[in-house]
Design a binder for this molecule. Structure first.
Ligand code: MRU
Length: 355
């Protein structure tokens, strides 16, 4: 149980005592070393998100909430107007680090709105209230993940095989996770599951992070290459697929890690339920369909050479490296949020969450 709790409750994002820096587990170093780094400047915060030292939509949101406050404190303190103008610029800079996960702009937007509500106060009185808001985002995320995990586990039974893609566990959130939260809760409740983790090319979040977290927690986890999802489904080893999400459009189309839509298409073919799990902060009702979601393109070198001891393609070979894809809502059995389980038609069930 101790190993399990050390994973589900790991402290992957911490505000320093003096509130001038953030301490995070550097996810690019896992699974070989679990190192913490301290970040203070706008450039360091931007790079940490862009380089995936911190990653996973909810974790990026929590991180960005605190980062916005720290950067706010580095700005002018002589007037609320100047303080808020500086904060707005810093939030826009953070938002530009990665475009797809809506939790990033959702969290910085929440800090900025709070600052604007408080514009009648002096900056030194606004600031502590902004840190309270960032801490509230963090606390709410812990609570949401637990609820999502409970709802998700209600869809599974003892002996089930579950296929996951990318990492949507404790490292990607504040606790438990979303897409993989039910798998940790199952361990806590003594429900036996067999997990198959896609390695998730090109950045290997499944191999480096999901397999690491689940193995460390004591789960029965088997790592597979992405192109093996079909065979494990065909073998009858998979009862459900569970994934996280980076942005859910109002019609239920879901952007998540590249390869997710392929898993959903396979699941449909084999008649396996495909579940998406995420907090309501990941649902973007201002985005009508998946067509309207901006997909991040990443450097070609991540395909050609990253993680290889020598390049595996000639430098002149063109690469296309989208970080996410969109799964059509028709392939999704249910979208599981902290407020409950949404079923098709999603245009209605998602709207009801906000009413
Ligand atoms: O590029 P990443 O590693 O940030 O992508 C992460 C994912 O796609 C996750 O599935 C998603 O953010 C949900 S994390 C709870």
């Amino acid at each position: 149980m101790d190993n399990l709790r050390s994973v589900t409750h790991m402290e992957n994002i911490r505000l320093s005592q003096d509130r001038r820096s953030l301490i995070i587990a550097d996810q690019t170093k896992l699974p070989n070393s679990h190192e913490y780094i301290e970040l203070k400047t706008a450039q360091e915060f931007y790079d940490a998100i862009y380089l995936l030292k911190i990653r996973g939509a909810p974790a990026i949101g929590v991180f960005a909430g605190y980062a916005a406050c720290i950067l706010g404190a580095q700005g002018p303190m002589d007037s609320a107007h100047a303080f808020i103008a500086h904060l707005e610029k810093q939030c826009a800079y953070l938002n530009s680090s990665r475009p797809t996960a809506v939790n990033l702009s959702w969290a910085t937007g929440r800090i900025l709105s709070r600052a604007k509500e408080l514009c009648g106060l002096a900056p030194e009185d606004i600031l502590p209230r902004l840190f309270d808001e960032a801490a509230a985002i963090h606390d709410e995320d812990m609570d949401m993940c637990r609820r999502i995990s409970e709802y998700g586990l209600s869809l599974l039974k003892d002996g089930d095989g579950v296929l996951t893609h990318c990492n949507a566990g404790p490292l990607a959130t504040s606790r438990y996770g979303t897409g993989q939260g039910p798998l940790f809760l199952a361990l806590e409740k003594g429900v036996k599951l067999h997990v198959f983790a896609d390695e998730t090319r090109p950045l290997l979040q499944g191999a480096r992070l999901t397999a690491y977290e689940l193995h460390k927690a004591g789960a029965d986890v088997t790592l597979i290459c992405d192109n093996m999802a079909s065979i494990v489904m065909k073998n009858g080893w998979i009862s459900a697929c569970m994934v996280g999400c980076d942005r859910v459009a109002a019609n239920g189309d879901v952007a998540n890690k590249i390869g997710t839509s392929g898993v959903a298409i396979l699941a449909k073919h084999y008649g396996i339920p495909f579940y998406v799990l995420g907090p309501t902060s990941t649902i973007d009702m201002s985005c009508p369909t998946g067509e309207d979601i901006k997909i991040e393109l990443r450097p070609e070198g991540e395909i050609r050479e990253k993680f290889y001891s020598q390049p595996m393609a000639l430098p002149e070979v063109k690469c296309y490296n989208p970080a996410f894809d969109v799964t059509d809502n028709s392939l999704i059995t249910a979208i599981i949020t902290e407020k409950g389980i949404c079923r098709p038609p999603y245009a209605e069930s998602l709207k009801a969450l906000f009413e």
